[in-house]
Design a protein around this ligand. Structure first.
Ligand code: BGC
Length: 255
């Protein structure tokens, strides 16, 4: 791994497992990232094995902190009790333990949206923002990070709030994967996003919303049509935020 990288980040998603060495002085990748497709049976062993391969690919030495962004609420020392978009056999597993074993070193695991939110706060669209930021990731599901005056309130699961009028679980109605699947226009999707972000606005009164995930690269197609009062901006780090935030988070946890 090249020398400008101070940490290594991995982002585990419903479609891909992405990894890169991260230059934390700049908040960017030190080498191009590697993406391996998430196995259709995304069991703990199968996913951990891919993470191991990614560390081997970049020849990550043992003194480099490794952070892993994971799509579920993570409580260190506790087993997982909720999983929306990977294999249900993750429930009951100590996620940090599984990855540390596979990687042959202690690793730090953090919720993927929290990782992305931290990255946007330190290096991206929420830099210097005071008050309450709600950073969201749009992908297979919807992830959320609440950051108040720069401090993360971890493990919020606001992608699963119940929408009114029988629309049900928010991410099943308003995630960007739903737009893809239903081949919906961006304008039509923005109407759904207005309902979703409007509800978050009503209950949390944030100062800023950040919309992340791959779709943030084409934010001009939908952001102007989200009709809410709170400022809402695209993530600056787009899909890289999970890797960068996980790498950053790992350095804050390693003495
Ligand atoms: C999970 C969250 C995750 C989000 C984005 C949701 O389904 O419950 O923990 O942050 O997807 O991956």
């Amino acid at each position: 791994m090249i020398k400008t990288a101070q940490a290594f980040g991995v982002d585990i998603g419903g479609s891909g497992i992405k990894a890169a060495p991260v230059d934390l002085t700049k908040g960017e990748f030190a080498e191009p990232r590697l993406k391996i497709a998430t196995p259709s049976e995304s069991t703990p062993q199968a996913v951990a094995d891919i993470v191991r391969q990614e560390l081997e690919h970049f020849e990550v030495s043992s003194e480099i902190p490794v952070g892993i962004a994971f799509p579920a609420p993570i409580k260190p020392g506790k087993t997982l009790d909720f999983m929306a978009n990977l294999d249900k056999s993750w429930i009951g597993v100590d996620v940090t333990e599984i990855f540390s074993q596979a990687c042959g070193r202690p690793v730090t695991v953090v919720n993927d949206a929290d990782a992305a939110g931290i990255a946007e706060q330190h290096f991206g669209a929420a830099q210097g923002q005071e008050g309450l930021v709600i950073a969201t990731t749009q992908g297979t599901g919807i992830g959320t990070a609440l950051i108040y005056n720069g401090v993360l309130i971890p493990n919020t699961e606001l992608g699963h709030i119940e929408l009114p009028d029988g629309k049900g679980d928010a991410e099943k109605y308003a995630a960007s994967s739903v737009r893809d699947k239903e081949d919906m226009s961006y304008k039509k999707w923005a109407k759904r996003l207005t309902k979703y972000y409007g509800l978050l606005e009503k209950y949390f009164n944030p100062d800023l919303f950040v919309v992340g995930g791959g779709v943030s690269r084409v934010s001009e197609k939908f952001l102007p049509y989200i009709d809410i009062k709170t400022p809402i901006v695209a993530a600056k780090l787009h899909n890289d935020a999970g890797i960068i935030g996980a790498a950053y988070y790992a350095t804050t946890k390693t003495a």
